[in-house]
Design a protein around this ligand. Structure first.
Ligand SMILES: [Fe+2]
Length: 108
């Protein structure tokens, strides 16, 4: 798999994952959602910058790998873990499907 393929899949995954998380946080009434969205936006901007650098012919592989290592440790272990407590262990019926529906039809 090339760096171009990795960037394409990373972009798709990031957009989908963030939208799902934010939808779930909204439904659970997570109070820190605004701060969490800012972190997501910052990471999304970084991904766009990597894409621009890649399009400009730069070799981004090593920088991208370092960025993802930091992201996985810092964001998922800290910020994502912080909202786990507000998501019910047994989500109310339909909560997950509503979150998925919002992800698939964000403008409806
Ligand atoms: Fe997150």
């Amino acid at each position: 798999m090339s760096v171009v393929d990795v960037m394409e899949q990373l972009t798709d995954y990031t957009i989908g994952h963030f939208a799902f998380e934010e939808s779930l946080m909204e439904q659970c009434g997570y109070e820190q959602i605004s701060q969490h969205k800012i972190i997501h936006e910052t990471f999304t901007r970084k991904i766009k910058k990597y894409q621009q650098d890649l399009d400009a012919g730069e070799d981004i592989a090593e920088r991208l790998l370092d960025e993802l290592k930091v992201w996985l440790v810092e964001h998922i272990q800290k910020e994502d873990f912080a909202y786990v407590g507000v998501v019910p262990t047994k989500p109310e019926k339909g909560m997950i499907s509503k979150a998925i529906d919002r992800l698939m039809h964000p403008l409806s």
